[in-house]
Design a binder for this molecule. Structure first.
Ligand code: SAM
Length: 348
């Protein structure tokens, strides 16, 4: 089986993991949710990896089915929840040295729904910290109660208004789906990226990405940010002012493809940095890439958000196909890079 990206992992055709750079020989399953959710998930994982060796980490006293698997080892802890210092225990140390390739645990809620109390951190921080301590954070899959797979970095993202320090500034960002590393990378590119030209941001929402790009570019007295969205949210203007970038963002209410055609027809400025985060359907992402990159300067960078983001009910996986057809499979671009779910390429 060749794992790739996908959605609901109970559906054979729909379940995909990111391409793994290693074979999956040992799997750790952490029992962390309702037993029916855990059992169903474990059974499915056992089906997907029939030859793997399994470690089940669970509270003492929980009866866990082995589903006829030959190679299952149970590791227990003496509590309802995985203790915060578990990594220091003999069992924790054992797991650290067990050469585990992949970790799964279940989160007992629908990850797609906004969670004001940051449910993942509130309820599962002990597990996230444990997998981090034993070096398996990047190899951990979270199964939600819709049986959709997520990766920790997709969930540990800023979902609320938060202040964020970067480059000596304290930004008051609105809700944005950009992860910490994605924000840092965009800031760095907008401040110090190669080539000349303006910055264009397709898909504004409350203004998070535009503020980051504008603050960075303004800090180096570089080009302004042109931000396009079908609908300008009034709140975004307040955030621009709060962050002192209202003079560095040129908002425009428009369909992005229409705007791209006008931009080209009018011979507007070349673009040195282009962030695409608007219509996430295959056609939408593809059209944005095709039309806007016509105005991208040589050496300029295109960034496409939600590349490989795994969320049931969304079209994010279509972004991957659009990037493949318009960028990866043609000669015009090089220098490919990926930071979390932000894809980057440079125009030759
Ligand atoms: C995921 S949000 C953008 C998030 C933003 N980049 C941030 O960092 O918070 C997507 C936005 O794209 C806009 N959008 C969708 N289709 C569009 C189109 N055809 N043209 C312009 N904007 C579009 C939506 O209105 C929405 O505000």
């Amino acid at each position: 089986m060749k794992p790739e990206y996908g959605n609901n992992f109970l559906l054979a055709f729909d379940y995909k993991l990111p391409p793994l750079s290693k074979p999956v020989n040992r799997i750790l399953f952490i029992h962390s949710s309702r037993t029916d959710q855990s059992f169903l998930s474990f059974r499915r994982i056992a089906q997907l990896y029939p030859d793997a060796e399994f470690f089940i980490l669970k509270g003492n006293g929980v009866e866990f089915p082995h589903y006829d698997l030959k190679n299952v080892k149970e590791i227990t802890f003496d509590d309802d929840r995985l203790p915060p210092d578990f990594h220091q225990s003999g069992n924790g140390q054992f797991l650290k040295s067990a050469n585990i390739d992949l970790v799964f645990f279940c989160a007992n809620y629908d990850i797609r729904l906004p969670s004001p109390d940051d449910a993942i951190k509130l309820n599962y921080n002990n597990i996230l910290r444990f997998v981090d301590t034993i070096g398996l954070y990047d190899w951990t899959c979270i199964v939600d109660n819709q049986f959709c797979i997520y990766y920790p970095h997709q969930i540990e993202i800023t979902r609320t208004e938060k202040s964020w320090k970067i480059g000596g500034y304290n930004l008051e960002l609105p809700h944005t789906m950009l992860s910490l590393e994605e924000k840092q990378t965009l800031f760095e590119l907008a401040a110090n990226g190669a080539s000349c030209g303006v910055i264009v941001n397709i898909g504004v929402y409350l203004g998070g990405s535009s503020i980051i790009l504008a603050k960075a570019s303004k800090s180096k007295n570089r080009e302004k940010v042109h931000s396009f969205d079908l609908k300008i949210n009034e709140k975004s203007q307040d955030f621009y002012s709060k962050n002192n970038v209202a003079d560095w963002i040129i908002p425009q209410e428009s369909d992005s493809v229409e705007a791209a055609k006008i931009w080209l027809d009018q011979g507007s400025n070349p673009i040195r940095l282009l962030l695409i985060d608007g219509d996430h359907s295959f056609e939408g992402a593809k059209n944005d890439i095709v039309h806007w990159t016509k105005s991208l300067a040589p050496g300029g960078v295109i960034a496409v958000h939600d590349y490989g983001n795994v969320s049931a009910g969304t079209k994010y996986s279509e972004v991957v196909q659009a990037v493949y057809e318009t960028i990866l499979s043609c000669d015009e671009f090089h220098d490919f890079k990926r930071v979390d779910t932000l894809f980057f390429a440079r125009k030759k």
